[in-house]
Write a protein that binds this ligand. Structure first.
Ligand code: TGC
Ligand code: FAD
Length: 383
């Protein structure tokens, strides 16, 4: 029996563009990405071989030309994350962090130089905000930029940087005279070094690196002129966090669907399928309800974004709620698969461990609850 997770008939509101995007990304995920994930998960490698197919979808090119509506973008992230959070993350960093930074904060010539090649994935970008001693609190960053006769000299260290090994250009956040600024740094510049972070049990199929900058000289034209405070970096994070609120719905759906199929097929006790037991149905009903409310929340964020009314605390609510719920769904699915749930044969274990990263990056659960807390009380409680 086929079933649907569209219990509130949300798909009825989809435009032709939404339907098209969901079916093309889903086809790409099913035929080109999922068959390769197990092998890359075991090896701990990013599946570079899926990038030509992603480029062909034209999603990131559409972002560069602002021709994708927020709900279409969100649905694309949802479908990509069915394959895994690491695949959606590649696209989030490239599109929502790097391309958005250039689009929102760059000059016309920076846009002309980088957006087309980033959009076609001919160049890969990374976004360096986090440092070893400054994760949740990037305001404390030590990476600094000094004015030189021809431009700037950058020194410092960034860590946990997605796409860091493959990147041709890095958006580097650094303090210039004590104020956070953004710079576009070609990674081939002398003094720039990326080192892979190995031995991860989460995000094994993602390229994660530490970046070292030692007296990296860049011209004046490398500075993002509209980035003149930490707020500019946080503005880019809003875009990516929005995509995460949608993306994790896809991870939860993928876990649910794989588990439901298993439960209706596997007999246990008198030859009856596991799905016939009341406790199992109760868990399926709970998960389907959570996935439905996650979708409603993402859709509402999309509507607000389409009307240019989306506020940071609303994005925090969506990122925090949907990551937590997706993780709970993945954990429940792992349980319902029994021993099979710990094996690479199923994707659930990979989704579960990857969602642990998604809960942490782009603002941890605590940080998003503090952002909401500040909104609700007027009292910042970070310190
Ligand atoms: P605070 O004083 O609150 O704010 C500084 C300035 O920024 C403004 N602002 C925002 N602007 C736009 N969007 C937002 N979401 C904003 N949040 C704050 C604020 O109005 C202020 O403006 P102004 O004009 O007064 O200067 O800053 P704070 O230092 O107290 O920090 C607040 C806090 C803790 C919420 C912030 O630091 C934070 O969000 N921390 C979490 C760090 C984080 O999320 N890092 C992510 C790194 S990138 C990443 O993880 C990529 S993962 C790969 C993938 O996405 O797939
Ligand atoms: P910490 O800030 O040390 O936090 C540790 C714990 O303390 C958390 O539970 C946190 O919630 C809690 N905590 C911190 N402050 C408070 C407080 N004030 N009150 C209560 N609790 C608090 N960063 C980038 O810049 N670019 C990237 O591309 C990128 N990619 C990433 C990819 C992966 C796989 C991972 C794991 C991380 C990535 N990050 C990236 C970094 C990520 O954004 C940080 O890990 C995240 O912001 C948290 O910082 P931290 O790890 O230093 O944790």
């Amino acid at each position: 029996m086929e079933t649907t997770l569209d219990l509130l008939d949300l798909e009825a509101d989809w435009t032709g563009e939404h339907k098209e995007i969901v079916s093309s990304v889903r086809r790409y995920v099913d035929t080109e990405v999922l068959p390769r994930m197990k092998e890359h998960q075991r090896a701990g490698t990013f599946p570079k071989d899926v990038l030509p197919g992603l480029a062909k979808l034209g999603l990131l090119e559409a972002l560069a030309t602002n021709s994708l509506d927020p709900v279409a973008y969100g649905l694309a992230m949802r479908e990509l994350e069915r394959a895994g959070s690491t695949i959606r993350s590649f696209a989030s960093v490239q599109g929502s962090l790097v391309m958005s930074a250039i689009e929102m904060l760059g000059t016309d010539s920076q846009k002309k130089e980088w957006l087309p090649s980033l959009g076609r994935l001919e160049a890969i970008g990374c976004f360096g905000l986090t440092e070893p001693d400054f994760g949740s609190n990037p305001a404390g960053m030590r990476t600094k930029a000094e004015k030189t006769a021809k431009g700037y000299k950058l020194s410092g260290q960034k860590c946990w940087i997605t796409n860091g090994m493959a990147a041709k250009v890095a958006v580097i956040w650094a303090k210039l005279d004590g104020t956070v600024n953004g710079f576009l740094v070609p990674t081939a510049t002398p003094g720039f070094e990326a080192r892979e972070i190995r031995d991860k049990w989460s995000f094994r199929t993602s390229d994660t690196a530490e970046l070292f900058l030692q007296d990296v000289e860049v011209p004046e034209s490398a500075r993002l002129p509209k980035a003149q405070s930490l707020g500019s970096a946080l503005k880019c994070l809003n875009q990516a966090r929005y995509g995460i609120a949608w993306g994790v719905v896809g991870a939860a759906m993928a876990c649910f669907e794989e588990t439901r199929r298993y439960l209706v097929e596997r007999p246990q006790f008198n030859g009856r399928p596991l799905a016939s037991h009341q406790l199992i149905q109760s868990k399926l009903a709970w998960m389907a309800t959570e996935i439905t409310t996650m979708q409603l929340l993402a859709k509402r964020l999309g509507e607000l974004k389409s009307e240019d009314r989306l506020q940071p605390q609303q994005v925090s609510l969506g990122k925090m709620n949907n990551c937590r719920k997706a993780l709970e769904v993945a954990r429940t699915c792992r349980d319902l698969l029994g021993a099979a749930g710990i094996h690479h044969e199923h994707h659930v274990g990979r989704h579960l461990t990857d969602l642990e990263t998604v809960l942490t990056y782009e603002g941890t659960e605590h940080i998003h609850s503090l952002i909401l807390g500040e909104h609700l009380t007027g009292i910042p409680a970070y310190v």
